[in-house]
Every structure is written in structure tokens, then in C-alpha cells.
Design a protein around this ligand. Structure first.
Ligand code: ADP
Ligand code: MG
Length: 687
């Protein structure tokens, strides 16, 4: 019997179609039926018509209306993948790429990696010649342009989640506009969850018409078409806190418990900012549930962030069993990229982790910052998928009305542009400031990026890629500083070590921080701690891991994240192959850590810092911008405070913290980057 929900809301009875596992017990309606029930289905013919006749189609539709999973299938059904052509659909986030691809493969009844596949950095699950629908990050599509500048294998490219305005999406949009002029047969779909269709449409407006020999207009209509998919979201009641909260993790946890005590069944989605606070909230909530015993049984607490092992990701999508309530604590990946069925309550912290870059101090860091009104509305909308829902905002109404900005700032205007510049250069775009950007980056940031790339030896005096260094750095799918570190390791004879370090740095963390036992974790770290710093510590962990016979047991004992280590091995293998392709000799320096530190310096000299004289609280200043920074407590050099260090990244909370730190000698800086530290601007701090 279908569940009838009680009639709190004025005698209205709500039927919740996909609200519990009951639907499977009573026979899941066929996948085909489910597909037809999605809002986008009504627009199938219209979409196919517009794509057929227009070079660019802009589709706006509420999250969950079926844009990502359905439109690529419609295109395939209509023949856009015939004759060996491929339909591409890009996403800003890796986790979304995987989740959506596996969903579409399931709907099409095919094995993932065959007709439907996906590619993210370091992971290619496609089969050339067989794959017709391919999901990929926009960053990966940019990389593909290096080998195939016109992206000839694709018939349609759907740039999804365009409202996110990730840095790669913006670069991609600019380049696709260029490609369109050369490939009239290519079709673009720009899809997005919010209405900024107009500016997007203007951006694609002035695309040149294609002319035939006689000057007649040929090919598709170049004016973009705009289609708005009407959603069927239910109303969402908004609740605000009356007083600002001091600790949003704590408040989120109490709000979840309150909902669980007082509200009808329905899953809860909590928006926090990143792995750290999500793990903390999961732990707090699980403890509360335990303490309260039977009262809170039936509450299933799950984290959701990128870097989560596959099995844990899948749990999030599993329908909630009858009588249970799922609480998913997520980053803003659940804001628009992923749809979770069954969510009725949303708890919104009002924050997300955002990248910010200051070209003056040349510092980029991840900051927990307030979201925009547009984001807050999206988050609230997640509560109204299956029936009217409720959203609990952990900020005041006054704050929402008067303090929150209307829209977010495109990532390209708040990022360090080093990677962006090198990618465009590699694609032969020389006039980067004159590039057709959907939103222009700041000239200061651009100049800073050019300066760093010049110092890295990647660009020459004419701002062209150097040969071979520049081209090699561009070819490695990593941050240019890491790529340079790898290249430098070649003549220092420590590439085996450096690619291990590069692999570890490219994942979030190899430590099992989520288990909550901070003291035990710190002790475990000490077993591997190297006096030189975190990078060398990683080498010790890697060595220990390889030498152990029972890998997962070893990880458990040493507070190392087994899945992360497996990923490290995988990425390392890819880097090894890339290095070989670039002609780098894979040598090991055995125990000589001096050369390892020199190779790191060759890539990361721009992140050098010096301990302030007489500083008792470990205060460092960046050499370049004289910014105050501290060593992060998670570093093995925390409280050790060597005089000179180089960091991998900065995070900002109450202070600016350096994560992944290694000690260096100041003379190496001048050796590695004379231009940066000496010739151009004599730096008194180095003397
Ligand atoms: P949009 O891109 O418009 O936000 P999607 O195409 O991602 O919408 O999702 C459409 C619907 O497909 C969702 O509402 C959900 O019902 C279903 N769906 C999507 N991904 C999954 C998944 N991984 N597991 C189960 N259902 C899913
Ligand atoms: Mg989508």
C-alpha cells in the first residue's frame, strides 16, 4: 500500500511517490516509466529540434529535472552518436561525472565504460569506437583539445552546470565559441540550473554566421536558442535562526536532531563546507545518536564530498529503507550537481569552501566563505523534490536580505591563473588578455601568472612556451608547479620519489582523519614523521605501505586511509607513464633527501616562507608578499618551525595555515629561480 502521509498540512493528503523503499517492494516502475516522468521528458522533441537547427542551445532547468541524465540519451536516440561520433557532457566536479555516468549506464542497461563512459583526471572509463555518450570534467575536455584542437570526435558537446562558472567551464566556453566557427556541424548545449541564460546567450550571440561560396548563409542558426524546462518542485518553507549562530557545525547537528524529533519522516540534507567539518559533524551526530539510545535509532548518518570512496558514495544514493531516516552531510556538491531522492529537509550552514586569490600578495587559498543568495535558493530547493519541504537556514533573515550577495563571483576572477595561462598557451592562444572570456580575469592576476611561469622557465621573453620545458609542463595534467617539480627531478635523479610525492599531493589526504581519534592519528603520524617535512613523511608512509603484506590491516593500524593509498598507487602509475613518455629517466635517489627537497624547491619556490626572527609562536612571512602564515597543526613540522620552508597550499581559518610543508635552504631559491628572487627585484629578506 502506498504511504499516505499524515495530514498536518490542513487536511491535505500527500502521496509520496519515491519516498521510501516501498516502491521496490511493490515493483519499481520500469526505468522507462521513470524517465518519462521527469520534467525534461515533455521537452524531448523541442530539445532535439532546437539542437538540430541551432548551433547553440541554452537549457535552463531546475536541479533534478533530468537535464544531465536524459538529454545525452535523447541525443543518442536521435542518432547524434551514429557513425562513430560521440556525445560529450561535461561537469565541473569529478564525483558528479562518475555518479551521473553510472546512472545513465544503468538506465540504458549497458555496462559502464562501453556505450556510456566517463573520463576524469587519472581515470578513463571509456572504450574508443564503442563509447557513444561520454561524461567528463570540463578540465579533461580542455586537455583533449591539446591533441585534437577542434574536438572532432564530438558531434554535440553539452556544457553542464554552466551556472557554477568554474574556471575550466569559462575557458571551455571561450574556446568552444572559437571551434564553432570552424565546425558548423558541431552543436553546443549549455545547461544550467539558474537563470543567467541571458548573459550566456549574449556571449554566444555574435558568433559569426557560416557563409557558403556565394556568400549565402549556410549551416545552423547561429543565434542561440533558449529553452526553459519547467520544474515541478514543491514549495519549501524557510526557517531562519533568530540569533546568529557561533558554531555552525554544532548548530547543524542540533537542528538535525530537532527535525528528527519533531518532523515527519523524510531525509535530511545538510550543507557544510568540506571534509573536515563534515567528518566532525558526522562524528558529533553519531555520538549524539548513540547517547540518546533508542530515541534516535533509525537515523543513518552519511558524509558526501569528493574523494569519498566509491562504496560510500553509493550509500548516499541508496533509497532509504522504511522507518529509517537518512541524513546526508555534504559539501555544495549536492547543491546542483547531484540529486538525492527523498530529501524533505535541508539544513543550510550558509557557507561553502571557496577559492580566493589576491594578486597583490600572490596568495591563493581555500576559505570558508558565505554563499550567495542564488546558492541559498538552490540549497533550499533540494527540499522540495518529493513533497513540500522545509529549509532551516543557520543564519538570520536579516543577514539573508541585507548581507548576502545576489550571485557568486566566477571562479576565474578569484583564482590564481597559472594553470589557466599555460593551458591557453599550449593551445596556441597567445593574446590571453584579449581572449573572448565569458568574464574577464583581472590583469594583475594575469601578470602574476605570467611572471611565475617565466620564472618556472615555462614561458620565454616573448611569453611563448619554451621548448622543451614549457611544452612538457603543459603536457603533464597537474598544476604547473608540480609538473616543474617532476621535470626537475629528472636531472636530480629522484623521479621515483618525486612522482610518489606528486601523487600524494594530488589527493586530499592519505590519513584516516575521519575516525575521530586525533591523538592516535598524531601518534601514528609520528611513526613516519621525517625531520625534513611532510613530503618526505609521505615517502615513508608509501614505503611502509608497499612493504606490508596485509595492506588494509596495515593501514588500519597506522591510521592511513587505505582507499587513498590505492588511489596514490594508481595516480603514481599514470605519472610514471607520463614521465616515460616525456623521456624522463626514472631514477631513485634512495636515501638522499637533499635532492628531493631541491626538486620540490624547483617547482614551488614561489611558496617560500621564512620564520620571523624571535617569533615564539611560529609566525612565518611569505618571502614574496610578506604575508603572515603559520604551519598547519596537521603538518609534521608543526611546532618544529624550521627557519626556511616551502608550502604546498594555504588554508585560511582564524589564520593562514600552510599545509604540506618542507624545510629548505635559502640558497636553493636563488638557484631555482634567479629571476623571481634576485635579478628583477632584489629581495632583502634573502640576505
Ligand atoms: P538535472 O541534471 O536536471 O539536475 P538529473 O538528470 O541529474 O537532473 O537527474 C534526474 C533524476 O534522475 C533525478 O531526479 C533522480 O531521480 C534520478 N537520478 C539521477 N542520478 C541518480 C542516481 N545516481 N541514482 C538514482 N537516481 C538518480
Ligand atoms: Mg545535472
Amino acid at each position: 500500500k502506498p504511504r499516505l502521509l499524515d495530514d498536518e498540512e490542513g487536511g491535505v493528503l500527500f502521496f509520496a511517490p519515491s519516498f521510501s523503499s516501498s516502491s521496490s517492494r511493490f515493483g519499481y516502475s520500469s526505468i522507462e516509466k521513470q524517465r518519462q516522468r521527469l520534467p525534461v521528458y515533455k521537452y524531448r522533441t523541442a530539445i532535439l529540434y532546437l539542437v538540430e537547427t541551432h548551433a547553440t542551445t541554452i537549457i535552463v532547468g531546475e536541479t533534478g529535472s533530468g537535464k544531465t541524465t536524459q538529454i545525452p540519451q535523447y541525443l543518442k536516440e536521435a542518432g547524434w552518436a551514429d557513425g562513430g561520433r560521440v556525445i560529450a557532457c561535461t561537469q565541473p566536479r569529478r564525483l558528479a561525472v562518475q555518479a551521473v555516468a553510472s546512472r545513465v549506464a544503468e538506465e540504458m542497461g549497458v555496462k559502464l565504460g562501453e556505450e556510456v563512459g566517463y573520463t576524469i583526471r587519472f581515470e578513463d572509463v571509456t572504450n574508443t569506437g564503442v563509447t557513444m555518450v561520454k561524461f567528463l570534467t570540463d578540465g579533461v575536455l580542455l586537455r583533449e583539445m591539446m591533441d585534437d584542437p577542434l574536438l572532432t570526435k564530438y558531434s554535440v558537446i553539452m556544457v553542464d552546470e554552466a551556472h557554477e562558472r568554474s574556471i575550466s567551464t569559462d575557458i571551455l566556453l571561450g574556446l568552444l565559441k572559437k571551434i564553432q566557427r570552424r565546425r558548423p556541424e558541431l552543436r553546443l548545449i549549455i545547461s544550467s540550473a539558474t537563470i543567467e541564460a541571458k548573459s550566456m546567450s549574449q556571449f554566444f550571440q555574435n558568433s559569426k554566421k557560416h557563409r557558403g561560396i556565394e556568400g549565402e548563409v549556410v549551416g545552423p542558426i547561429t543565434e542561440p536558442a533558449i529553452l526553459s524546462v519547467e520544474g515541478r518542485g514543491f514549495s519549501v518553507q524557510i526557517h531562519y535562526v533568530e540569533e546568529p549562530v557561533s558554531n555552525y557545525i554544532q548548530s547543524a547537528v542540533s537542528t538535525v536532531l530537532l527535525i528528527h524529533d519533531q518532523e515527519r519522516m523524510g531525509d535530511i540534507l545538510v550543507f557544510l563546507t568540506g571534509q573536515d567539518d563534515i567528518d566532525a559533524a558526522v562524528k558529533l551526530l553519531s555520538e549524539e545518536v548513540q547517547n540518546r539510545g533508542r530515541n534516535s535509532s533509525g537515523l543513518i548518518v552519511l558524509p558526501l564530498y569528493s574523494g569519498l570512496p566509491r562504496a560510500e558514495q553509493d550509500l548516499v544514493f541508496t533509497p532509504t529503507a522504511r522507518g529509517k531516516r537518512k541524513v546526508v552531510i555534504s559539501t555544495n556538491i549536492a547543491e546542483t550537481s547531484l540529486t538525492l531522492e527523498g530529501v524533505v529537509y535541508v539544513v543550510d550552514s550558509g557557507f561553502s569552501k571557496q577559492r580566493f586569490y589576491n594578486p597583490i600578495s600572490d596568495i591563493e587559498n581555500l576559505v570558508v566563505a558565505p554563499i550567495s543568495k542564488a546558492s541559498a535558493r538552490q540549497r533550499a530547493g533540494r527540499a522540495g523534490r518529493v513533497r513540500p519541504g522545509k529549509c532551516y537556514r543557520l543564519y538570520t533573515e536579516e543577514y539573508f536580505n541585507n548581507e548576502m550577495s545576489a550571485e557568486g563571483i566566477p571562479e576565474i576572477q578569484r583564482s590564481n591563473l597559472v594553470s589557466c595561462v599555460i593551458q591557453l598557451k599550449a593551445l596556441g592562444i597567445d593574446n590571453i588578455l584579449g581572449f573572448d572570456w565569458p568574464a574577464s580575469p583581472s590583469p594583475e592576476a594575469m601578470v602574476r601568472a605570467l611572471e611565475v611561469l617565466y620564472s618556472l622557465g615555462v614561458l620565454d621573453d616573448d611569453a611563448k612556451l619554451t621548448s622543451p620545458t614549457g611544452f612538457q609542463v603543459a603536457e603533464i595534467p597537474l598544476d604547473p608547479m608540480i609538473s616543474k617539480m617532476i621535470l626537475s627531478s629528472s636531472h636530480l635523479g629522484c623521479t621515483e620519489e618525486i612522482i610518489t610525492i606528486a601523487a600524494v599531493l594530488s589527493i586530499q589526504s592519505i590519513w584516516a582523519s575521519g575516525w575521530g581519534a586525533q591523538k592516535e592519528l598524531d601518534e601514528a603520524k609520528l611513526r613516519f614523521a621525517a625531520a625534513e617535512g611532510d613530503h618526505v613523511t609521505f615517502l615513508n608512509v608509501y614505503k611502509g605501505f608497499l612493504q606490508s603484506s596485509k595492506l588494509s590491516q596495515w593501514c588500519h593500524k597506522n591510521y592511513v586511509n587505505y582507499h587513498a593509498m590505492k588511489k596514490v598507487i594508481e595516480i603514481r602509475e599514470q605519472l610514471r607513464r607520463t614521465a616515460q613518455r616525456l623521456g624522463i629517466v626514472l631514477k631513485s635517489c634512495e636515501t638522499d633527501m637533499l635532492v628531493v627537497r631541491k626538486a620540490i624547491t624547483a617547482g614551488f619556490f614561489a611558496n617560500a616562507c621564512r620564520l620571523e626572527a624571535f617569533s615564539h609562536n611560529g609566525k612565518y612571512k611569505t618571502i614574496r608578499g610578506s604575508q603572515e602564515v603559520h604551519i598547519h597543526p596537521s603538518s609534521v613540522l608543526f611546532r618544529v618551525n624550521p627557519k626556511w620552508v616551502i608550502y604546498y597550499s594555504l588554508v585560511s581559518t582564524d589564520r593562514q595555515y600552510m599545509r604540506n610543508v618542507i624545510s629548505i635552504e635559502p640558497s636553493w631559491l636563488r638557484e631555482a629561480a634567479p629571476h623571481f628572487y634576485h635579478q628583477q627585484r632584489p629581495n632583502p629578506m634573502l640576505h
